[in-house]
Design a protein. Structure first.
Length: 202
């Protein structure tokens, strides 16, 4: 058996590392963990403000269009690990076909980007089907959860909250438009006109 070249080792590291992390992250999300704070107080619907200021609705709509149209964000851990998994596997295949190193890198990169785009479309379709089903987003009000993707200052991110007995990842903005980092506990206090959750630190 011939000795592995440096480029083959590089692609193997990408494929194994990315694939392992992608699988672990997927399992963790499915069972409701992933380094975030534990979700507690399920079903707690204590006194929470129902009226959200009008400017929060307007700003949320604009920020939502810019920052949260693609749910499966490339910068997310899932997106990055999916990219490197496909990048490594396709790179190895192209090396076996004796392509030039530069061409294997370009081909592997294109395949990784395509894979992330396809996964993003599938994820968006699943969210669309979910929103068209029996899920009533109003039931999220009063629930506590954690930030899944950082809510930037004046923008939107994603939170993980229990709704109707199961965990859901939904787009969200903060009540005061301040940043809330991944993993921080939140409480849902309202819904915008564009079905964004309005949350505050818990």
């Amino acid at each position: 058996m011939s000795e592995l070249t440096w480029i083959e080792i590089f692609y193997w590291v990408c494929a194994i590392g990315g694939g392992t992390l992608f699988l672990l992250r997927t399992i963790m999300v499915m069972i409701g963990i992933g380094g975030d704070h534990d979700i507690s107080d399920i079903g707690d619907t204590g006194d929470v403000p129902m009226d959200i200021p009008h400017d929060a609705h307007a700003d949320a709509a604009g920020d939502h269009a810019d920052a949260a149209d693609v749910s499966f964000k490339f910068a997310s851990l899932q997106g990055l690990t999916a990219f490197f998994t496909i990048f490594g596997l396709v790179g190895l295949a192209l090396v076996q076909l004796e392509w030039h190193v530069l061409l294997t890198f370009l081909g592997a990169s294109a395949a990784g980007i395509l894979a992330v785009w396809i996964l993003g479309m599938l994820f968006m379709q699943m969210k669309r089907l979910q929103s068209e089903g029996t899920l009533d987003i109003q039931n999220a009000i009063g629930q506590t959860g954690s930030v899944y993707l950082t809510i930037p200052e004046g923008g939107s991110g994603q939170v993980r909250v229990p709704v109707q007995g199961s965990l859901h990842i939904m787009d969200a903005v903060s009540t005061n438009k301040k940043k809330i980092s991944t993993g921080e506990g939140i409480r849902v206090v309202g819904i915008t006109a564009d079905n964004l959750l309005v949350v505050e630190k818990n």
